[in-house]
Design a protein. Sequence first.
Length: 864
Amino acid sequence: MASLKFDDNNVPYLDLGDGYRIALEGDEYTDAKAKEKAARELRETPDVVEQSLQELRSLLQEEKTLYVPMDNDAFMIKFLRPCKYYAQSAFELIKRYYRFRSKHPDLCDELYPASVKHVYAEGLVHFLPLRDQHGSRILVLECGIANNSFPKKQVRLVSFVFSKMFLLWALPLALYLLYRWSIATYDYFEKRNVPYVKPVPFFGQVLSFFTQGRHAVDVASEGYRMFPNTRISGVFTLRTPAYLVHDPTLYKQMATKDFDHFTDHVTDFRIETDPILARSLFFTNGAHWRHHRSGLSPAFTGSKMRSMFGLLSKSAGDAMGRLLVFADGKPFTMELRDLYSRLGNDVMTSISFGVEVDSLTDRDNEFFLKGKRLAQIDGLPGLKFLMATTIPRVFHFFRLSGMYKDVNDFYTDAVARNIQLRETNRITRPDFIHLLLQARKNTLGAEKHEDEALQDAGFSTVKEHAFEQKGEGKMSWADIDIAGAAASFFFGGIETTTTLLCFTSYELAVNPDIQDRLRAEIDEQRESLADGRTPTYEVLQKMKYLDMVVSEALRRWTPLGLTNRKCTKNYTFTNTDGSRVTIERGQNISIPLKYFHLDEKFYPDPLRFDPERFADPNNINQDAYVPFGTGLRNCIGSRLALMQAKCILFYMLSNFIIKPDTKLTIPIVIDETSAGLNAKHGFWMNLVPRSAVLFLPTPTEKWKPSKVSLTDLFRAVQLALEAGMYEPRTQLNGAVVILDMEGLALSQIMQFTPKFAAMALDWIQQCTAMRLKSVHIVNNSYLFNMLFAIFKPFLSEKLRKRLFFHQKDWNSLMSHVEAKCLRPKYGGTLECLETDGMLLGEMFELYHKEYELANSFGYLKKQD
Ligand code: HEM
């Protein structure tokens, strides 16, 4: 524990262990290096000092209403040094400094450490024990807001129910007409000698879409079980025939070697009606897809994933902290689909947009609500998807769109604003928008020496194929293309990863021995972690059993059970009976990933959840293990999905024991009405905290405005800077400020009234007698960036040049402040006890006399 001590000269210091301490250094520097620097940078030679002291004294004598200790050289030098010994400038600075104090008595009167002891106690303002490589003091302000409230779950079903009721009365007439028109094509497979599933009449199919007797993936894959001895069969979706691939090797061949025949996905959205979806990687086709895929691939390499991992882990770790606070050490019941989709949304919002949201607390935040609407594939959007896939001409004739307009507008706007903010403020952050902007400038490439070791996120990781762009000319990345790409990550990533986490948690809950073994592996790895709780990319890569569990969950509960291709060039192959089958250009192909995974031929006792299957990967038929698809159009996000799922499981099992709740149905009942894979009655689990306090992440969001007012915070900062100004070494080398905006919330931003902001700007730019070398803003969110954009025009050129925005890019921070001075949470290597704010406040209080003297100076008040 940190402690307050005194050295041999009776100077107080805060002992942080291992030789690290924080003390105010009141003595003049005497070493040659500092003297040489002072002479070089500040013109500090005995003659100049003497002369400027005299000049300043005579200038001050003219300022009759200002009371300052003119006989006190140390006092005068405090102002002369930041002004490089130009007496006139120091004189102006002194006047501004004391005018500011007179003008703002609420902020500056009776400025004693004791009056803001609570601010220090909260750890909001403190110094780091080491100076930076230039000798500057490092002052840290942690301004993020603390918010641990966790409101009760709000059920949002009304609009969903309403949309279904609408469909029930609006559709029947149209369906009857479609039925008459549909029957004609049903002899398609008969003519081609391909076994096929006799279709339910069109009308019945549409009706079953809403009443749903069976899961959509199962309906589409019915032929897989009916015709065990063929490589391909036929099936109808509405009136459209589709081939169903039975042989995983054929799928692989189509997706890799013969990719030229199957370059496209089936669903056809148009740019005019679906500007975002049509540009998303999932739905775009042809040259546009090639351009986007080859441009985006470098954003998903192992090294990019590793650099993004910090954001991901931080977002998941913070959420886990809130869950623990909510749990308060006691078991509680929770529906995990809701939890995981909120976590997934927060992670994706952070790594895509650089916006920190907390969907556990701020339950109706726009990113979450729009993300949900974007990924909705049931109800009306589901019907539209079906139409765009099976009757695209009708879909386009009515100019229908697959995505809600408000969702379109939201992503278009959010991306455009985000890009503008970054470009005007030169913000960089290791997230997708940043990478996509690099793709726009053609500077996004795989690392020169891509670290092979980082590529493997687990057994299920799919290979990224390199392919040539085929003379389609150069395409550019407009803002809308970037929006489309970002939306495709939300669309493709959140529900799938949520499904993986839900079913893995279910299996862990009903197989406690597997859960215990996995937890033992996690606990073992935690011992190797610097803080014992925050997993790193490399640690997750090492975890064999975690990988076995996740691989088996992806097999047993394949999140995307069916994928598709469009035949883009006639394709002929030999069927099992020796007959030649030709798939014609324009035909749809379905690939039943789920059924490969549940096929006894490949996986004995396939319904059993058994991670041991993956103990030796050589036992797995690689062609028949395709949770992320295969070939050139496989899932671009497999590494991200695996790392995210593993990271969240790591946190969950570190902190909780997952037990089935009484509301959980065992075995799980699948929701047949959902197009995705889901549990009918939810994933209700009982989460039992392990040792809550032990694993509680350090709360980084510190500022509780109910405890510390903005005025007090400001006063505490002034006092800390005053302390720095007292030190000759800091007068020479200046100060570096780290402004940690972790968790800054809108409510907090609202406290910065225009009046307060103007005052703060005036103070920092004009009235502090401190050489402010640089201000580093870290963990800054989208909200902060918006706030800053308002202030920017009012900043002086000088200050603007000294402001650096790093978000969470610690390499960027460390290019200014060397690693050994920074704590690990800022990417540094400074491993000593945290500064105890309470003790720091007490240490400042020991300088009461000095502060008292300082408070006695200034402009005389009227009554004086
Ligand atoms: C457990 C989680 C996930 C699963 C099981 C999954 C599965 C799949 C599958 C099966 C495909 C189709 C492959 C094919 O047709 O051969 C796919 C495509 C895709 N996935 Fe994922 N995915 C997951 C997570 C993600 C994440 C996190 C992202 C976002 C970054 C993502 C983005 C995409 C995109 C953009 C495509 C379309 C690729 C293209 O057409 O070029 N997926 N995914």
